[in-house]
Design a protein around this ligand. Structure first.
Ligand code: GDG
Length: 470
């Protein structure tokens, strides 16, 4: 028996240098969590390798990836434009994050989404053997469970969605809503990060499809589908041990021992309108305007990681962020101090660790976030049990990290007060809160998330088999 993982992107980055491909394994949370599974036995991972590979080089790439247990689904540039940037990122992403005005309901996007989901399913079917467990990841592949089920009635299929599932009133705006839900009903187990997502999905499905929902079970053509919350964790040990690496430790010590150290605020986000970056900037601007005594006393390291910058809304957002940061810095800076150190790029994980370990305050204020791993990584990096996490109530992680200062990301006053509260928080209170949060993040690691999901999937299949034999 093996496990087949299917996701839009393979956990590897391919870089072309002098007409040669280089393969760099991904360090992302999903790859780490699933590493034990897909690298062992004959388990495999199927997905898009992240760039367009010309036909005459596809065999070479496929052979190289197979050594890593990875099996590519090759996409053309047109499919990348329509399926990925189009339907996934200009329809599903905005609607699922409640920004319905950004959705572009283009028929060509939908046609390509269907075709590419079929391509993923067809690429998978040939690998499925009796008893295999199939785990489909995320919103780019909503149709895949049903497509696989159509070929293999007794396949064991799990699905996990990493982004929120919106309420019925929002979801029903999508022209192809029923087809999307039908796609998911091919799964045996459907997982979301939070109980609210589960509730929204059950309610939406029962309203739109001829399906009955009772507690967390959907009954569809006499097949039972279990829907449950599986809050994703991180590799706690990795984030907790990084600051102890000699070179990282040395740099942390240097930065922490600067005389008259200002309060360090940190934020790390992919460039995305769901992350609340502009609102956070407005709150910070108000804080500086209302408190001239903070000049030189607070510094915000703001990391924005480039993402989807070919999509118009992301390009606009980037320009607005650039302008707002420029405005705040030019209005408040002094000859020796800048209120915001803004980076638009990504960093090696060791440098992220230095940011996490030296930040007195971590500011995580998304408008909506399925989970938000940055909030958990900050907590895991705080080996001295100090530091304050300010966390949006719209992030899935706020359900677990209840000892953070929880804010409404639309309420600028709330964010401002939370920053002031954090700046004045006594060490003892920081410790109490951080110890409680670290215990949660350590216990519910990404490894445990994978184990829980796979265990439940096996349990659901057993339940279904026992119902069949009755
Ligand atoms: C989606 C959902 C859900 C960031 N900058 C760098 C870097 N990162 C890493 C972080 C973190 C990850 O990227 C970001 O994860 P998030 O969870 O914060 O956000 P999304 O990318 O939007 O993820 C989200 C997640 O899926 C998992 O289900 O939590 O809600 O939106 O791990 O560390 N990594 C490196 N350099 C950087 O500069 N190496």
């Amino acid at each position: 028996m093996k496990t087949i993982i299917i996701s839009n992107r393979l956990p590897v980055k391919i870089i072309e240098e002098n007409n040669e491909y280089k393969y760099i394994p991904s360090e992302g949370g999903l790859a780490t969590g699933l590493g034990d599974i897909y690298k062992n036995g004959n388990s495999i991972w199927i997905g898009w390798p992240g760039l367009e590979i010309p036909e005459d080089r596809q065999l070479e790439v496929a052979n190289k990836l197979a050594e890593l247990h990875l099996y590519p689904v090759f996409l053309t540039q047109e499919e990348i434009n329509l399926f990925y940037e189009g339907f996934s990122n200009e329809v599903l992403w905005p609607v699922f994050h409640y920004v319905v005005t950004y959705a572009k309901y283009e028929q060509s996007y939908w046609d390509s989404y269907k075709a590419v989901n079929e391509k993923f399913a067809n690429n998978t079917i040939k690998f499925i053997e009796q008893g295999d467990q199939i785990w489909v990841q995320d919103y780019q592949l909503l149709l895949v469970p049903h497509l696989i089920r159509a070929y293999k009635q007794d396949a064991i299929i799990g699905f996990f969605q990493h982004i929120p599932f919106p309420s019925y009133e929002i979801f029903r705006l999508i022209p192809w809503r029923n087809e999307l839900l039908t796609g998911l009903t091919g799964a045996d187990l459907i997982g979301f990060h939070t109980y609210d997502d589960v509730r929204h999905f059950l309610h939406t499905t029962a309203r739109l499809l001829p399906i009955t929902a009772s507690a967390n079970i959907l009954t569809c053509n006499e097949r039972q589908i279990v829907v449950e919350a599986f809050p994703m964790g991180i590799d706690f040990d990795k984030f907790s041990s990084l600051p102890k690496q000699p070179a990282v430790f040395k740099e942390i010590e240097r930065l922490n021992n600067v005389p008259d150290k200002a309060t360090h605020v940190l934020s790390i986000d992919r460039l995305d309108y769901s992350k609340g970056i502009l609102e956070r900037l407005q709150a910070y601007s108000l804080l500086l305007e209302n408190n001239p005594e903070y000049v030189g006393k607070i510094v915000w390291t703001m990391v924005v990681v480039p993402s989807r910058d070919t999509v118009p809304q992301y390009r606009d957002l980037k320009e607005q962020i650039d302008r707002t940061v420029g405005d705040i810095n030019s209005r408040h800076r002094t000859a020796t101090w800048n209120p915001i150190n803004y980076f638009y790029r990504s960093f090696p994980i060791e440098e992220l660790s230095i940011f996490y370990a030296t930040a007195d305050i971590c500011l995580v204020t998304p408008m909506r976030d399925g989970m938000n791993l940055v909030s958990k990584e900050y907590v895991a990096s705080r080996n001295n049990d100090d530091g304050v996490l300010i966390l949006s109530e719209m992030a899935g992680s706020s359900k677990e990290l209840t000892d953070a200062l929880i804010v409404n990301p639309n309420n600028l006053g709330d964010i401002m007060n939370a920053i002031e509260h954090a700046m004045q928080m006594p060490q003892e209170e920081q410790r109490e809160r951080m110890i409680a949060m670290r215990a949660v993040v350590k216990k519910f690691s990404v490894k445990r998330w994978v184990d829980n999901f796979m265990l439940k999937l096996a349990e659901v299949k057993q339940l279904q088999d026992s119902l069949k034999t009755k």
